[in-house]
Write a protein that binds this ligand. Structure first.
Ligand code: ZN
Length: 263
């Protein structure tokens, strides 16, 4: 730790751990970042798996966001999913997303793997991004494969005339996200696994690491001899195996890490 980093550690609550993570990033050559819902909470996006939050209050997301719901009753599906789109469409990246984009620009990390569908890493400037649960950016026509952007989908939803339809086929669109009951995109997942296996450092941010298959990625890094760092509040199954665990606010922690690296 440099003397200036030590000074910051004394001055604020978290940074001794942040400096340790900065050291790991400085020493790594094939680091990857894995993010979950916790990184987007400071952007005003509640973790929809948490009970009693937002539009999912009183409904079971496993039921209304299930691929069978979209197939059999697209109108009801879109009544719920449309509220999620409307809530997400104007959200902006926060300094934690920006810190991770800065790490990539500076060559500190190779890629970002995210469980989030909210587009915020892309908006912050991350380039090599693996969205293993898909993205709300597009909705897909199951008949012709045509893609409709979220802004247009929100317009169609606001017109309030049933589910958004493909302009050509008049078939209900499906958001390009992995719904409950659906397979993940195999090629995206295969690349995420390859990056995790090759990584000499995996930094997991804002994920409780319990939702598979993302929850299995840190094990691939550990099995390959890599190091694990956690930036997340609350327990994870990997707490005992992590070289560093930062459990403060995700913005405070990641901002301190980037600053400790000299930015
Ligand atoms: Zn179509």
């Amino acid at each position: 730790m440099t003397s200036s980093a030590a000074g910051r550690a004394a001055a604020t609550s978290a940074p001794s751990g942040a400096a340790a993570l900065a050291d790991l990033l400085a020493a790594s050559e094939r680091a990857v970042v894995l993010t979950g819902a916790g990184i987007s909470v400071p952007s005003g996006i509640p973790d929809f798996r948490s009970p009693g939050t937002g539009v999912w209050e009183g409904v079971d997301p496993m039921e209304v966001a299930h691929v069978d719901a979209w197939r059999h009753d697209p109108e009801t599906f879109w009544r719920f999913y449309g509220e999620r789109f409307a809530m997400l469409v104007d959200k902006r990246p926060n300094p934690a997303h920006e810190a991770i984009a800065a790490l990539e620009r500076d060559g500190r990390i190779r890629a970002v793997i995210t469980q989030n569908v909210d587009r915020l890493h892309r908006a912050a400037g991350t380039e090599r991004l693996l969205e293993i649960h898909g993205s709300i950016q597009w909705s897909i026509c199951p008949r012709c494969g045509g893609r409709t952007g979220i802004e247009r989908v929100v317009e169609l939803l606001e017109a309030g005339d049933g589910p958004p339809l493909c302009g050509d086929c008049a078939v209900a669109l499906k958001p390009d996200v992995v719904l409950f009951g659906e397979m993940l995109a195999l090629d995206t997942m295969a690349e995420a696994e390859r990056l995790a296996r090759q990584a000499d450092l995996m930094v997991c941010v804002g994920s409780s690491l319990v939702v598979h298959p993302a929850a299995g990625l840190p094990a691939l890094t550990l099995d390959g001899g890599g190091t694990l760092a956690l930036v997340t509040q609350g327990e994870t199954p990997y707490d005992g195996e992590a070289a560093v665990k930062l459990d403060g606010d995700v913005v405070t922690e990641l901002t301190a890490v980037v600053r400790a690296l000299g930015h």
